[in-house]
Design a protein around this ligand. Structure first.
Ligand SMILES: *[C@@H]1O[C@H](CO)[C@@H](O)[C@H](O)[C@H]1NC(C)=O
Ligand SMILES: *[C@@H]1O[C@H](CO)[C@@H](O)[C@H](O)[C@H]1NC(C)=O
Ligand SMILES: *[C@@H]1O[C@H](CO)[C@@H](O)[C@H](O)[C@H]1NC(C)=O
Length: 173
């Protein structure tokens, strides 16, 4: 078990002490998966030249590596546990086939790199009625660091809106 801080040394000029860390969430609503944009409640601590966002404690972290062009169009998935997924490279396309939201709010493209953050929290117990589909259409391997939250806890957050976060809502612009 350990604690992780996310450091954004280069983003300091744009980050005020009040600026929250926003990320796209695979959440659940009325028993079905739904994409949302969350602002985590943690206020960054400024220190060591960085804005430091506390994102809690984790257990059994692992690295997932997917080959280029991995398609699984009919496979419905749920997050196995609540976990932060940090995409280092590649591309993920997440869809909610049974979504009751508009189409534009029912899919997310997550590119590896500085905007590659997702929290997956649509576990089967929370979303028994419908799940999500993830494909990795990039021409590069998709490398994902997976950090399951300690005790399967959902970090405290504010729902900014339904659908994935827009690029201008993410840290570092
Ligand atoms: C993380 O673990 C530390 C040490 O056990 C504890 O003090 C802290 O409250 C935990 N944080 C959360 C968000 O649970
Ligand atoms: C959509 O909902 C139907 C009926 O509840 C269910 O049978 C089906 O598996 C769901 N599809 C997905 C992609 O979750
Ligand atoms: C997170 O979103 C809120 C609301 O849109 C915005 O005020 C804030 O600046 C965003 N945080 C970052 C780091 O961009």
């Amino acid at each position: 078990m350990y604690s992780l801080f996310i450091l954004f040394a280069t983003s300091i000029p744009q980050i005020s002490a009040q600026s929250k860390f926003n990320l796209t969430a695979l959440s659940a609503f009325n028993g079905a998966s739904r994409l949302e944009c969350w602002a985590l409640d943690s206020i960054p601590k400024l220190g060591r030249g960085a804005a430091n966002y506390d994102i809690g404690n984790f257990s059994n972290a692992f690295i997932g590596v997917l080959p280029p062009r991995t398609y699984a169009s009919s496979t419905i998935s749920h997050a196995p546990v609540v976990q932060f997924s940090i995409f280092l490279s590649g591309l993920a396309h997440i869809r909610i086939p049974n979504s009751t939201l508009p189409a534009s709010e029912s899919e997310a493209w997550i590119q590896g790199g500085k905007y590659g953050f997702l929290i997956a929290a649509d576990t089967l117990d929370r979303a028994p009625r419908a799940g999500h589909v993830t494909e990795f259409p990039g021409s590069d391997e998709t490398v994902i660091l997976q950090f399951p939250t300690e005790g399967n806890k959902i970090p405290s957050h504010e729902l900014l809106h339904t659908g994935p976060c827009r690029l201008d809502e993410l840290v570092g612009l």
